[in-house]
Design a protein around this ligand. Sequence first.
Ligand SMILES: [Cu+2]
Length: 115
Amino acid sequence: MKAGRAAFMVVALAALAACGASSPAAKSEAPPANVAQTVDVRNIAFNPKSVTIHPGQTVAWKFDDGTIPHNVVGTDWRSPDRTSGYYTHTFAAPGTYAYRCTIHSNMDGQVVVTP
Ligand SMILES: [Cu+2]
């Protein structure tokens, strides 16, 4: 009986692992905490194109453009290429931070950090 139960557990775990592997796209990944502004990455654009925050606040980019990968690239910060989930960056100093997606030449945006 003990061996049978162990075998069942192995099968159950294998089924769970297979299920997780077969659904790579995050369906409803929770947004990160403590985010001041969220930018939707969709339709090969950043929406909104410009967001304004204060020093120390965090911007989240939500990747939601089907199978089209995008990235978020600033001067000294960048996200990986991705098709789902979130990327966050915290801005410490005031200024205007232009960024772009290096995959799509006319896809850009900016983060304005006001004191
Ligand atoms: Cu892009």
